[in-house]
Design a protein around this ligand. Structure first.
Ligand SMILES: [Zn+2]
Ligand SMILES: [Zn+2]
Ligand SMILES: [Zn+2]
Length: 207
């Protein structure tokens, strides 16, 4: 480990879904430093070093909109090898913090293990996260453009993730639609004017 880095972080980009490991340098300077996705330069997190508190990470969740704050003391960081970072709101896996090498090993291992457990699927966990995040972004865009309408006539929805699907909920009457987001074919179905199969609030739990 280089002396001028405190730790490394790898965050799933909430726009393009890719995950890249990045160093957090000791010399962040005054104020906060913005961590951007190396692929699409989307703002992923704000990082600050506080003399008393240590490292403070602010990571918004693109899935549920929660503004997450995480604090690590310098003592914690010295011992930290690998830790998963979850959204406080919906437990979505936002990324990882720790040592570069350990995170890299985890990402490699994760991909290999996933492929071993699910032969033939060809998609690893990272690819799944990417599809899920892209689907969430599309659903947000479509909902904002009023492309979805509930049988009750409302165009206002909230979205969340349930396993490999996006749960679209009518804000007015509580009806639900499940949109699968497991593979690229599912993504291609997320188009303006797509048909949604709405369920009454009490039906979803009996499926
Ligand atoms: Zn990105
Ligand atoms: Zn969240
Ligand atoms: Zn409704």
């Amino acid at each position: 480990m280089l002396l001028d880095t405190i730790c490394a972080v790898a965050l799933y980009c909430q726009r393009c879904g890719q995950v890249h490991i990045q160093d957090v340098p000791y010399f962040i300077g005054q104020g906060e430093r913005v961590l951007r996705c190396p692929n699409c330069s989307h703002e992923q997190a704000e990082i600050a070093l506080r003399p008393q508190k240590g490292l403070v990470l602010r990571i918004p969740c693109g899935v549920c909109g929660t503004e997450n704050r995480f604090g690590y003391s310098m003592q914690q960081l010295r011992k930290l090898r690998f830790e998963k970072i979850y959204c406080h709101g919906d437990q979505f896996e936002l990324g990882y913090i720790g040592r570069w090498q350990t995170i890299a090993e985890f990402l490699d291992f994760n991909a290999a293990e996933f492929d071993a457990l699910h032969p033939g699927e060809g998609d690893n966990f990272m690819a799944k996260q990417q599809i899920l995040l892209e689907a969430v972004n599309r659903v947000h865009d479509l909902a904002e453009a009023r492309q979805f309408s509930c049988p009750c006539g409302s165009h206002e929805f909230s979205a969340g993730i349930v396993e490999d699907s996006i749960l679209l909920e009518c804000v007015r009457c509580g009806s639900y639609a499940m949109l699968r987001a497991e593979c690229t074919e599912d993504l291609q179905r997320l188009l303006p004017g797509m048909e949604l199969n709405f369920l009454q609030p009490d039906m979803i739990w009996n499926r």
